[in-house]
Design a protein around this ligand. Structure first.
Ligand SMILES: Nc1ncnc2c1ncn2[C@@H]1O[C@H](COP(=O)(O)OP(=O)(O)OP(=O)(O)O)[C@@H](O)[C@H]1O
Length: 257
């Protein structure tokens, strides 16, 4: 059984339908990245999976007993509040120090236990959030733009750590990212969301296709092309979204003509 199975999900806020007919499954140990423009429903999808948003239609099935670790975009802590990393990690669950230390080691920041939260760099702070999510040995980690505010090397290092965590713990990862070119190599599969699933694919398979490389190069635009684009859907879907990958589509069409 899949860890997470989403079938024809629809999410609405009042009259505003932000997700429709979204189906996907997350299998044990895989890293899946969701990309999509602002307002395309990425966070709403994660919120529905953790039960914080109610589906208007469709189903979400979690494997019985599934443990989810959630890493938020950012978390504001009053800088005048004195709180150590250890204490912060124990706020919701009074876990032993050794457990905190082990989670920090898995997150790649073993030396931070006694540091003040207010003294951490952005990258260290996000690793602590990652460590906190790892405490209960989750089967799947959900990351909602966990590298927002980090520079590109910081983001790349964070995603490398995610791969290390997956290797060391075997957990699956479902993450949202805007930095397609940074996160691409750390992903087994990419899902492009824009109110619906526009396209999805394994980056390494598509990356080996010479026509894609010739068309899009290897920069951000190239990364955008590293999907299998399914053309069995129309974009006049009434969801009211702009389509960030329209450019890639149109270039693809030009080349085909
Ligand atoms: N609690 C809410 N109530 C009403 N509308 C909401 C709520 N949360 C999100 N929305 C709307 O739903 C749409 C999708 O938002 P969502 O945050 O899921 O998108 P996103 O792809 O994660 O965006 P971003 O990349 O900007 O974080 C947006 O138009 C947003 O304004």
């Amino acid at each position: 059984m899949s860890l997470i199975s989403v079938e024809n999900l629809q999410v609405r806020y009042g009259a505003n339908t932000v997700l429709r007919n979204v189906s996907l499954a997350i299998e044990p140990g895989e890293i899946v990245t969701i990309v999509g423009p602002n307002g395309s429903g990425k966070t709403s999808l994660l919120r529905a999976i953790i039960g914080a948003a109610t589906p208007a239609a469709g189903q979400i099935a979690l494997r019985p007993g599934l443990k989810i670790g959630y890493v938020p975009q950012k978390l504001h802590i009053d800088p005048t509040l004195p709180i150590t990393v250890e204490r912060f990690m124990q706020l919701t669950d009074r876990v032993p120090r050794a457990t905190c230390q082990a989670a920090l080691e898995t997150a790649g920041v073993p030396g931070l236990l006694k540091r003040q939260m207010s003294q951490l760099s952005g990258g260290q702070f996000q690793r602590v959030l990652l460590a906190r999510a790892l405490i209960n040995h989750p089967d799947v980690l959900l990351l909602d733009e966990a590298t927002q505010g980090l520079d590109q090397p910081g983001s790349a290092a964070f995603y490398q750590q995610i791969e290390t965590v997956r290797r060391d713990t075997g957990c699956a990862v479902l993450m949202i990212s805007h930095e397609l070119h940074v996160v691409m190599s750390a992903s087994d599969r990419v899902i492009c969301l824009n109110g619906h699933v526009c396209c999805e694919g394994a980056p390494e398979v598509v990356a080996s296709a010479p026509e894609y490389r010739a068309l899009f190069g290897t920069g951000t635009g190239g990364a955008l092309a590293l999907y299998r684009h399914d053309h069995d859907h129309t974009h006049g879907d009434g969801c009211g979204h702009d389509h960030a990958h329209a450019d890639a589509h149109s270039k693809e069409h030009e080349a085909a003509e």
